[in-house]
Design a binder for this molecule. Structure first.
Ligand SMILES: [Zn+2]
Length: 245
């Protein structure tokens, strides 16, 4: 049902969600062009994401349980695309959406990356979306450390022996679609450690995943964590250093 009488307070979150869905659609279409997703999957998903963005702008959907379920399914489908990207080219998603305008000036984040090195951020300025921005995360050790909506933190990634623990405390979502991937390098193929929808409470306590020991002795590897939630998404990256003990 059309509802032209949104209050200003409720409009901005809807604009932000619509912008998130629009960027997801852009990523899906680019992933198809690069051959990471088949046209059959990409075209249908991009159309559904576009339709979701339109709905957010024109229809009253808050509190509608079935539409929340649809949103979760859309997040699952989009997270599959993020997993395919991370498995093919690593977690470098930001070039697909860099046109929204990063200003390029980094500043210290004020706390360390979860690898222990210095962390810097740069935020979108002069975005094509008036009420929406994104943040690029850069680590002195890992390089590109992530890409997220503004004011949304990265997950904490802890590597101990042959285990990775993923912990997340951002946002007020009930569930998150998550993909955890060891990125490909050279002739080493990617390994998907996790692809699932997880309860937000569960991931706030930490999810532990096994890492193949072979990965830990072959040199530096990178673990990528992709998350899709609440019409939006993030990707985080962190180096896995070989065991030294
Ligand atoms: Zn780092």
């Amino acid at each position: 049902m059309n509802n032209p009488s949104f209050s200003a307070a409720s409009l901005i979150p809807r604009l932000q969600k619509a912008a998130g869905r629009t960027l997801q659609s852009v990523i899906v279409r680019n992933a198809q062009i690069d051959g990471y997703v088949t046209p059959e999957i990409a075209i249908s998903l991009a159309q559904d994401l576009d339709a979701a963005a339109q709905s957010l702008l024109h229809e009253e959907i808050s509190g509608n349980e079935s539409l929340c379920l649809e949103a979760n399914i859309l997040n699952d489908r989009f997270c599959d695309v993020l997993a395919a990207i991370c498995s093919s080219r690593g977690g470098y998603v930001y070039p697909y959406i860099s046109g929204i305008g990063y200003d390029g000036s980094e500043r210290s984040y004020g706390s360390l990356h979860s690898c222990g090195a210095a962390l810097f951020v740069t935020d979108t300025k002069q975005s094509i979306f008036a009420h929406y921005g994104r943040r690029l995360w850069l680590c002195a050790r890992c390089g590109m450390a992530g890409e997220s909506p503004l004011a949304i933190p990265l997950p904490v990634i802890s590597i101990t022996h042959n285990k990775a623990q993923i912990e997340y405390h951002g946002g007020s979502f009930s569930s998150i679609s998550v993909a955890v991937v060891i990125e490909p390098v050279g002739c080493f193929h990617a390994q998907v450690l996790l692809r699932a929808r997880v309860d937000a409470i569960q991931i706030s306590k930490g999810i532990e995943l096994d890492i193949n020991r072979d990965l830990l002795v072959r040199g530096l590897s990178v673990i990528a964590v992709a998350m899709s939630f609440d019409c939006d998404f993030l990707v985080a990256r962190q180096q896995i250093r070989p065991n030294r003990d």
